[in-house]
Design a protein around this ligand. Structure first.
Ligand SMILES: Nc1nc2c(ncn2[C@@H]2O[C@H](COP(=O)(O)OP(=O)(O)O)[C@@H](O)[C@H]2O)c(=O)[nH]1
Ligand SMILES: [Mg+2]
Length: 193
């Protein structure tokens, strides 16, 4: 259960651009700036793979990454960013919705939530949405390097309560310390089974 080689496959800006392959897919979602690109880089051992941006809302496409010629990681556009136009937001929302509703290859989703803040209304909506679609998911609490041991447990408890998920479905992670990497990779392979 290792990830060795990850390469960028494609960016899809519209539904028609979503690649037509038979690889199983694992997707990552979360509000912009939650640390999604950093996490993908950390998992891939490639600091330049997914663009880490200081400007939230920059990822406007669904990005596909091929792992060891076996399966595909999918970076979905960040939700809940205020500084884009309504039209632009609608376009992303439609792209994400279509993908989650229709994608037969999709085997599991990681919902990224900033460990320093309580889950947002949009995080809740996303979790409920995945539950309603029967898509298996895990919650990843990002930027855990910013928390003390106590605060980590508090963040887990809050996530359990707010998102109505079990502790076994929550993973603390940090792209700085690489905390959570092994767990995330092992869950990826569980999803792929
Ligand atoms: N302390 C800390 N900062 C992080 C971590 N992951 C991302 N960041 C920072 O959070 C900001 C947004 O990260 P990025 O990966 O671009 O988020 P994205 O918009 O969700 O793709 C950047 O300034 C990152 O350096 C982490 O694990 N720990
Ligand atoms: Mg990003």
């Amino acid at each position: 259960m290792k990830i060795k080689n990850v390469k960028f496959l494609k960016a899809a800006y519209k539904e028609e651009e979503i690649p037509n392959h038979s690889y199983k897919e694992i997707a990552f979602v979360g509000r912009s700036n939650v640390g999604k690109s950093s996490l993908l880089n950390m998992i891939s051992n490639n600091f330049k793979l997914a663009h880490v941006s200081q400007k939230p809302g920059k990822t406007k496409s669904i990005n596909f990454f091929l792992v060891d010629n076996k399966f595909v990681l999918v970076d979905l556009p960040g939700y809940g960013f205020a500084k884009v136009s309504k039209g632009e937001k609608k376009r992303w929302q439609k792209l994400i919705d279509n993908y989650l509703q229709k994608r037969k290859n999709l085997k599991g989703v990681f919902v990224l939530v900033d460990s320093r803040h309580p889950p947002t209304a949009l995080d809740k909506l996303m979790v409920e949405y995945l539950q309603s679609l029967n898509i298996p998911f895990k919650v990843v609490l990002t930027k855990a390097d910013k928390l003390s041991k106590n605060e980590k447990q508090k963040a887990i408890n809050l996530t359990k309560k707010e998102l109505n998920v079990e502790e076994k479905d929550i993973i603390l992670s940090s792209s700085k310390t690489r905390e959570g990497r092994d767990k995330i990779i092992s869950e990826i392979f569980n999803f792929l089974k």
